[in-house]
Design a protein around this ligand. Sequence first.
Ligand SMILES: *Cc1c(COP(=O)(O)O)cnc(C)c1O
Length: 344
Amino acid sequence: MIQIDLSSDTVTQPSRPMREAMATAKVGDEQRGEDPSVNELCARVAELLGHDSAIFLPSGIMCNQVAICVHCSTGDEVLTADISHILQTEGGSASAIAGAIVKPIPSNRGIFSVESLSELLRAPSVRRPRQRLVSMEQTSSRGGGAVWSLEALRSVCDWTRSQGLVLHLDGARLMNAAVSSGHKASDFAAGFDSAWLCLTKGLGCPVGAVLAGSKDFIAEAWAWKQRLGGAMRQAGIVAAAGVYALDHHIDRLAVDHANAKLLGDLISESSRIDVVPVDTNIVIFDIEDNPDQASKSDYDQILESLGVRIRNEGRGRYRAITHIDVDADQIQRAADHILDVVDE
Ligand SMILES: *Cc1c(COP(=O)(O)O)cnc(C)c1O
């Protein structure tokens, strides 16, 4: 049985008070815009991100894909970090749904510079795909929760806009970036034509994500939501969890960050473990092969038999993510197990 699940921050269970907020939520037909809890959630997120308006969607992937559909025509090019979620983990949907090409921008843990982006931009030509959208991820998930500094993010935004392209922010873990940097989410989201945050990662909700933008952008997003089958009915049942999380689960992300740092520090004690710097709630680490062991170990499987779950990323790389359902004691125990199996 898994006692300490660090495989993702998506494994959290809705708490009792969150379930109570869900059970007593006022609801209506969301597809007609008549669900008061969904409307409240959207108004709250629009304000949090400093945009005019917002739309509730079933998942973060749908936020990315609806935004790409609104911003791009078929054949257009989307530029995004080489390790971004849009490129790596969305089943090729930018091409399957929007008919867009996605071009990888070389990055350092998902963070790229104006220079690396500018090398990929070219003069418009009928022979070339139209370069339309730059998407940035805050925090960078595969980059180990790396945070764009406000300065770096703004310089890419300003330059991109000066080149006539539009901007999208994949803010699945935007609140982690806000809490760890001390900046407001709206400071990060300000320069973007569309920006969203996930309710099901650090915020600990069971379902949903909210995409924000201008009134016109959101009107177009509604057309795509309907087309893709993302329009719902009494969705206030789940939106109420989101409202609850905005009130109770943002400041506490600092605890997840401290726990991630603790885990990183503890497992660094092994000379065979190399930890990528821990910026937020994601700990990525490489385990060096043990020359005394005949075959390569899958440490995640050994750990799973001990009740600790982490994710195997392949080639000796592992990932652990902290969240609302793990505390510092469990982190200490997980670290002890990791050190035991690696250094046995
Ligand atoms: C999780 C995640 C998504 C997708 O969200 P889902 O709700 O799983 O569809 C997109 N981008 C990033 C950076 C993510 O971490």
